[in-house]
Design a protein around this ligand. Structure first.
Ligand code: GDP
Ligand code: IMO
Ligand code: MG
Length: 454
């Protein structure tokens, strides 16, 4: 049995949905621990595309229990639409559960998110406009509404009467927006509550019971390492903790139950929204990556910014998340390129730096230092093993693993389930230390031997 965290190693949209769906084959429970309907995870199964925002990507397996954990923020309207859309496609949501302590996104959160972005002008973050920041802000300010409040009409009415009158002052005085009608909002949310009731549970207890029964639990990250509120490219981040540590906090489990952490990274880099992006390409190569990779946001439809792979971000993701291994996605998007660049260092005002800077001001001044490698100019979409890959593609993957000092266990060369090369079972394969005592990356072969000695 193994309990595994899947996280995004870049700025989100790395293909976590595809990888989670793939690994859900051997999961009994799949948990979302943070984020809200800002997430957009696309899963393609037998030509059918599923776009998930809050519901874990394990939902496509009828036996798998799916839990929306307490660290998430839930917009009931969007969640119910998502449930209805899945049911309409004959995907049962009877195994879906939602945490009673998750916070609820209210209409004033969405309004304030959009209005504050407008007010920020050139300082805007480029949020998804889904009310995520304001919902988490209320959680921290201790004025939030939780799912459990929705289940108690009297408590909900009492809390919302006070909160809406308070938010109306902000909407009116700060943003010049029309006030909300408390009765209308209360009525609307009581209707959502009726529909959500059968799904609501004590999620931490449910997960703990699964741990005790030695079930396989998969924690599906949303967003990515550089969007982390504490360790990302602040202030151009989301308002939760998408890093591996956030999975424990947001699910209500202790770190000792986690066996593996798998990072998902694209073979290049994308970013949606504002903020520095050292390897961003503003030329035809950037357009090619965007077009071939169909780089449009699943949630907002915005075009994603594209650039070369940044190994400093990769190494940072290994450090911050304690990655055991990596799933590299969208290798096929690079198929046509004659040459490929990888950022191996930053030049910060003439100083060469090999570690991702924690200072946002420094990060904004980073100029990429590239290593250029030959492309393969051949389709990889039909490759099903490392041997099938063109030698240059294999060399490229080896370079990424070497620069990041992490083994690659999955390579994805297309959106469908079968367009995947499993280099080594990331759940049941041997768990490796990143480096041996001499600082050298440990190979599988050496590790097998070490395991035998033990
Ligand atoms: P997530 O937010 O991390 O789950 O990623 P998204 O679903 O937002 O974005 C990834 C997009 O790439 C989706 O449209 C996937 O269907 C698609 N995708 C995933 N893996 C691959 C791959 O290996 N190759 C290609 N071409 N597309 C992929
Ligand atoms: P998945 O799970 C990519 C970005 C937004 C914006 C910043 C803050 O699909 O990888 P927010 O609405 O969260 O306050 O916006 O974070 N962002 C994402 N970018 N993938 C996501 O989710 C994202 N969720 C938020 O574009 O820059
Ligand atoms: Mg996405």
């Amino acid at each position: 049995m193994a309990n595994v965290i899947v996280i995004g190693a870049q700025w989100g949209d790395e293909g976590k949905g595809k990888i989670t769906d793939l690994l859900s084959r051997s999961a009994d429970v799949v948990v979302r621990s943070q984020g809200g309907v800002n997430a957009g995870h696309t899963v393609v199964v037998q030509g059918q595309t599923f776009k998930l925002h809050l519901i874990p990507s394990g939902i496509l397996y009828p036996e798998t229990e799916c839990i929306i954990g307490s660290g998430t923020v839930i917009d009931p309207q969007v969640l119910l639409e998502e449930i209805d859309a899945l049911e309409a496609l004959n995907v049962s949501t009877s195994n879906l559960k939602i945490s009673q302590t998750a916070h609820v996104t209210m209409p004033y959160h969405r309004l304030i998110d959009k209005a504050s972005e407008e007010r920020r002008g050139k300082y805007k973050i480029g949020t998804t406009g889904r009310g995520i920041g304001p919902t988490y802000a209320d959680k921290s300010e201790r004025t939030g509404i939780r799912i459990i409040d929705l289940m108690q009409p009297e408590t909900l009415r009492e809390k919302l009467e006070w909160t809406i009158s308070y938010k109306n002052v902000i909407l009116d005085k700060l943003y010049n927006l029309s006030p909300l009608d408390p009765e209308q909002v209360i009525g609307e949310y009581l209707q959502y509550a009726e529909r959500l009731k059968p799904y609501v549970i004590d999620s931490s207890l449910k997960i703990f019971e699964a741990v005790q029964k030695r079930k396989n639990i998969l924690f599906e990250g949303a967003q990515g390492t550089l969007l982390d509120l504490d360790h990302g490219t602040y202030p151009y981040v989301t308002s939760s903790n998408p890093i591996a540590g956030g999975a424990c906090v947001g699910s209500g489990v202790g770190p000792t139950i986690i066996d593996r952490v798998i990072g998902v990274a694209k073979a290049y880099t994308t970013r949606v929204g504002e903020g520095p992006f050292p390897t961003e390409l503003h030329d035809e190569t950037g357009d090619l990556l965007g077009d071939r990779g169909a780089e449009f946001g699943t949630t907002t439809g915005r075009r994603r910014r594209c650039g070369w792979f940044d190994a400093l971000i990769g190494r940072y993701a290994v450090r911050i998340n304690g990655l055991d291994c990596l799933a590299v996605t969208k290798l096929d998007v690079l198929d046509e390129l004659k040459e490929i660049k990888v950022c191996v260092a930053y030049d910060i005002d003439g100083r060469i730096c090999h570690d991702f800077p924690s200072s946002s001001l420094e990060f904004a001044r980073c100029q990429p230092v590239y290593r250029t490698v030959p492309g393969w100019q051949r389709s990889t979409s039909d490759c099903r093993s490392l041997e099938d890959l063109p030698p240059q593609a294999l060399d490229y993957l080896k370079l990424l693993a070497e620069l990041m000092e992490v083994p690659i266990s999955i390579v994805s060369i297309g959106a469908s389930r079968d367009q995947t090369i499993i280099v080594e079972d990331p759940i049941h394969g041997p768990k490796r230390a990143l480096l041996d005592s001499n600082g050298t990356p440990v190979t599988t072969h050496e590790l097998h031997n070490k395991d035998q000695v033990k």
